[in-house]
Design a protein around this ligand. Structure first.
Ligand SMILES: [Zn+2]
Length: 457
């Protein structure tokens, strides 16, 4: 399936560090990797027989990476929450997400995933770190998501969110699903010589729904070298709960229980103090920032610049919002300014640091062997074509501001992952969008009916 492909007439944005923009270049893709990049005329004369894809002067850059998402949340789109609107984050969980995740069956897991993957291909996001919950369909749920990811041709890191909110058996089933899937992925990665599209980590919901006992059981069960993917201090309530339950703040608690480390991801970290920021930096723990979600839930905005300055590796996720990562760039760029009443806050360089360099380093831990998120010989061939015509000079130095003020996902015409063309000239080549949407609407209708039975007004 991966025969050689020569992409010609491309203006490359390499996202090396430092970044380079190379006009009139070609890329030779082979075995899912970038084999060679050089001026277009050179490779065109050397590879006369190779199938070509003419980029027609478009920008060609690495596919975007989303450091935290929830495919299972797709069916929340357009859903009416009965009764009074939730007035704070705990009510949003109780009136929306928890009755909704209880309503998911296997068909809903598959189609909520597929609609997100269609969206990701259309919007140029080629690697996603997902955090899954379907308490009434736990065993095998990660296999269903993995199958959809393979079918779509994208790359994803999957986990199941362990929580105590559905009793002991629910927590045990969540632990078992993570362990089963981690082992399966380790075996596949061993066999595949670095070609696996799906990887695993260990999912945990959040400190506020997890006892010490369950967190200890997760730590003991997780294979050596496995990290955790957990929501941290998204709202103040997570801190209040941890202080009441354990007499310590959330990050201190997770540190005591062995959850932090260079393979672990703390999602949000909106309400962490200076000591917790230091702990995240010292342990090399990743943090992900999701500004659209933070605004939507009105939970506040984390001290992201302070975390970056303290040496915390902060990436950018979308928390289940559209897989259009430049929208997340724009939200990050704007919200810190209004939150701090200071137009100097959150430079586009910091946004690029999170969305490009930190996200690719984070994703790279799960797909070792070949770099990802960069155009260079030997890197994974995950690429997008962007039909952008700058009307002011565009350089590697001002590119992050062009992305914030000029780029739009509607300009993405072609998406390639592991050397395979998934969308060409805006036509999806592997997935039937209309058929998937039709099946998803049927599944969503059943999910909405069960949600209405679950939700308490
Ligand atoms: Zn989340």
């Amino acid at each position: 399936m991966n025969s050689d492909l020569l992409i010609t007439n491309a203006n490359l944005i390499t996202w090396e560090d430092p970044n380079r923009i190379l006009d009139g270049y070609a890329l030779l893709l082979r075995d899912g990797l970038i084999q060679e990049l050089a001026p277009s005329h050179e490779l065109e004369t050397r590879y006369l027989e190779v199938e070509r894809l003419d980029a027609r002067g478009q920008y060609v850059m690495p596919g975007n990476i989303c450091a935290h998402t929830h495919f299972y949340g797709a069916f929340a789109r357009g859903l009416a929450i009965p009764g009074a609107a939730p007035d704070a984050f705990p009510q949003i969980l109780k009136k929306l997400w928890w009755p909704l995740d209880l309503a998911l069956d296997e068909e809903a897991v598959r189609y909520s995933t597929l609609v997100c993957l269609v969206d990701a291909i259309r919007h140029g996001t080629t690697t996603l770190l997902d955090h899954h919950a379907s308490p009434n369909a736990i065993p095998g749920s990660l296999d269903i998501i993995a199958e959809a990811v393979e079918q779509a041709g994208l790359r994803a890191v999957l986990c199941y969110e362990v929580t105590d909110r559905n009793g002991k058996a629910g927590a045990q089933a969540g632990i078992a699903e993570n362990l089963r899937f981690i082992k399966k992925c380790q075996q596949e990665q061993g066999k595949g010589g670095g070609k696996a599209r799906v990887a695993a980590t260990f999912g945990l919901h959040a400190s506020l729904t997890l006892s010490d006992e369950t967190l200890q059981a997760c730590r003991e069960a997780a294979p050596q070298g496995t990290g955790f993917h957990i929501h941290v201090a998204e709202a103040e309530v997570d801190q209040y709960d941890s202080l009441a339950k354990a007499g310590e703040r959330v990050v201190d608690r997770l540190h005591r229980l062995g959850i932090l480390g260079p393979d672990s991801i703390c999602v949000h970290a909106v309400h962490v103090d200076a000591k917790e920021i230091n702990l995240l930096a010292e342990t090399g723990t990743w943090v992900t920032h999701q500004p659209r979600s933070n605004m939507n839930n009105a939970v506040g905005i984390g001290e992201v610049e302070s975390m970056l300055r303290a040496g915390v590796r902060v990436g950018l996720g979308n928390d289940g919002f559209s897989n259009a990562m430049w929208e997340e760039w724009k939200a990050a760029y704007l919200v810190h300014k209004v939150w701090q009443h200071d137009p100097r806050r959150m430079s586009a360089l910091d946004v690029a640091q999170m969305a490009i360099y930190n996200n690719s380093a984070l994703a790279g831990r799960f797909f070792p062997g070949s770099p990802l998120g960069v155009l260079q010989a030997g890197a994974r061939a995950d690429l997008i074509f962007v039909d952008y015509h700058p009307f002011t000079p565009l350089t590697f130095g001002n590119l992050p501001w062009h992305i914030v003020f000029g780029f739009h996902e509607s300009m993405i015409t072609t998406t390639i992952a592991a050397g395979e063309v998934l969308m060409k000239d805006r036509q999806l080549l592997k997935l039937d969008e209309a058929a998937i949407a039709a099946r998803a609407r049927q599944a969503a209708t059943r999910v909405w009916a069960r949600y209405r039975a679950n939700v308490k007004e």
